[in-house]
Design a protein around this ligand. Structure first.
Ligand code: FCB
Length: 434
């Protein structure tokens, strides 16, 4: 890497991130079915119809994974807790699930890793999905109960906790675009889920606050919205994309309002009384997490609202065809600080790239160098950035892209489950330990 630990302030947390369904092996330990298991059975939803049944078998092999984290000199590990593992039907408790996370957290601590938990990283229990999932207002209460249950067991040892990973993916991507479970394509379902996910977020934060926990935050994904051409229409298209993708959730959680340009399309579909929920939604946060990967180029087309068309851009791309645009990370860190979080510590909670270059992933090293440099620029401009988590520790189940897209610093042989550090892992290890 072209930086090392001493280029960042003392106490800055260097970490790696994963999520439960993507690595654990959902078939183990009495976990219940999730909407991702269901979604994967549909034709064309997931590459090769793969699912997370085995994944990286982290369920049994976590000591090896944490040893790799420790050897590389990471300070913190961002993981998530599977609702369906802890509560197989979304309501009743599976003691084995609680035992698993209890042991997992102890093992992190034994390896000198500060546990940074995310309560929900997308695998909704099927039983709750059958009851409407995120489109059902009751999901906020169910999520509050899950929060109390899992944090009642491991909450005493958390460095930090976030409620929901990437509200945009949970809602718009999954209920309007249909690219993720449950695969709906409906503006009404999207609007309702967008509001309910915010309500669930606020409910989880207050639940943990009432339990005496601290260092609670929200993790938002952001994509830089670039106009596809120089026309004022393309500028408006980019602005609207930015509203739906980036500003809606930040504004809900931190300002207690939804942006007018987004309301224009979704308000008719929001549940009655939505305006009264902001006192819950704006439960005070201690930090904000930014997940950043890429930018999109936008213009309008003649489809129904929001009438957005994504146009292929001309920047270098990752193996998933995502444009590489590090400046976008600096932009979002500054904007989040100046306009939304106003002085709260910010973390880069995910950043990384899909690459097909195998063990010698020089492209990933270059990507990380450029994005760490952008983060440094933002810090020089006054952003209180407190840590940076690389996505991901190891190759894993990349949702609709199955096991084909590899984001790991550690290579996974999905047959033998052998873990092999790539060049990026070795480079970060030098940066963090010398
Ligand atoms: C993020 C997700 C994470 C992974 C990366 C590549 O949106 O949080 O699970 O899929 O993208």
């Amino acid at each position: 890497m072209n930086f090392n630990r001493t280029d960042f302030p003392k106490g800055f947390l260097f970490g790696a991130a994963t999520s439960s369904y993507q690595i654990e092996g959902h078939q183990f330990g009495g976990a219940g079915p999730t909407h991702w298991d269901t979604f994967a059975t549909g034709p064309g939803n997931v590459v090769r119809q793969e699912n997370g049944a085995l994944a990286c078998d982290h369920y049994h092999r976590y000591p090896e994974d944490f040893a790799l984290m420790k050897q590389a000199g990471f300070d913190s590990y961002r993981f998530s807790t599977s609702w369906a593992r802890v509560m197989p039907d979304g309501i009743n408790v599976n003691p084995e699930g609680l035992d698993f996370y209890d042991k997992l957290v102890d093992s992190m601590l034994e390896n000198g890793l500060k546990p940074a938990a995310t309560l929900y990283h997308w695998e909704l229990p099927s039983a709750l999905s059958d009851r409407g999932g995120w489109t059902n207002r009751d999901v906020a209460k169910w999520f509050g109960d899950f929060t109390a249950t899992i944090m009642g067991r491991i909450g005493d040892r958390m460095e930090s906790v976030a409620a929901v990973n990437e509200p945009w993916c949970v809602t718009w991507l999954s209920h309007y675009i249909g690219h993720h479970a449950p695969g709906l394509r409906s503006l009404r379902a999207a609007a309702r889920s967008m509001h309910h996910v915010m309500l669930a977020h606020g409910t989880a934060i207050s639940t943990m606050r009432d339990m005496g926990m601290s260092n609670l935050g929200g993790v938002f994904n952001m994509e830089y919205a670039n106009p596809a051409d120089n026309s004022p229409e393309a500028a408006r298209a980019a602005q609207l994309y930015d509203g739906i993708y980036n500003r809606f959730f930040l504004s809900g959680a931190l300002r207690g309002e939804y942006p007018a340009d987004v309301l224009e399309g979704i308000e008719p579909h929001l549940p009655d009384g939505w305006q009264d929920d902001f006192p819950v939604i704006t439960a005070p946060l201690d930090w904000v997490g930014v997940n950043y990967y890429t930018r999109k180029n936008l213009r309008f087309d003649d489809t129904p609202w929001p009438s957005l068309e994504e146009v292929e851009g001309d920047l270098p791309k990752t193996a998933l065809d995502w444009e590489i645009y590090p400046e976008g990370l600096a932009f979002f860190l500054k904007r989040t600080h100046e306009e939304y979080s106003k002085g709260l510590p910010i973390y880069v909670t995910e950043n990384g790239m899909a690459s097909d270059s195998g063990f010698d992933d020089q492209d990933r090293i270059a990507y990380l160098n450029a994005h760490f440099a952008a983060a440094k620029d933002a810090m020089d401009a006054g952003v209180p950035l407190a840590g940076y988590y690389v996505w991901s520790l190891m190759d894993n189940f990349e949702w609709a892209h199955g096991y084909k897209s590899r984001f790991g610093m550690v290579h996974m042989d999905f047959e033998s489950l052998k873990r092999t550090p790539k060049a990026s892992y070795e480079a970060l290890k030098i940066a963090l330990t010398r």
